[in-house]
Design a protein around this ligand. Structure first.
Ligand code: ZN
Length: 147
């Protein structure tokens, strides 16, 4: 057990910070989820957070880039599917009903590929924001410890 230095709440050892007032054992303030949400939604953040946020954004853009890339691939596949369907329609006007299969396959393939890469993009974006939060917490704590 340990006692919160700020509000004197009794806390179990496995807790890193006080659940009531976000104060860590050493008395430093832990950045709360609400503060992160405020930052993510473009809300107010203090100078220190803005600084750390910028640092992290410039150091770890990989997830964002990959997510954008996946999204581009998704739309490309959708376009390819439509193009394939168009080709199939043109083909069916030449050789008849058999080419309808090409149309169906193209539309289905395009749609599945598009959805798949959209899902990948979303997962990457989520991974990125989770990692960002973790890094931000670490960076902020480090900064406060140095003071
Ligand atoms: Zn407390």
């Amino acid at each position: 057990m340990w006692q919160c230095p700020k509000c004197n709440e009794q806390l179990e050892d496995q807790f890193f910070a006080c659940w009531k007032c976000d104060t860590a054992q050493d008395g430093s303030t832990v950045v709360s989820e609400q503060q992160f949400k405020a930052v993510e939604s473009g809300g107010p953040m203090d100078e220190e957070m803005a600084e750390v946020y910028e640092e992290i954004q410039s150091n770890f853009p990989a997830h964002t880039v990959l997510a954008d890339l996946s999204k581009m691939v998704a739309w490309l596949l959708a376009l390819l599917g439509l193009a394939g369907a168009g080709y199939g329609l043109w083909l069916s006007s030449l050789i008849g009903g058999f080419a309808v299969l090409v149309v169906a396959k193209s539309l289905l393939g395009g749609a599945i590929g598009c959805l798949l890469f959209l899902a990948i993009a979303e997962a990457l974006r989520m991974l990125g924001s989770i990692e960002e939060n973790t890094r931000m917490t670490t960076a902020l704590l480090e900064k406060r410890r140095k003071r």
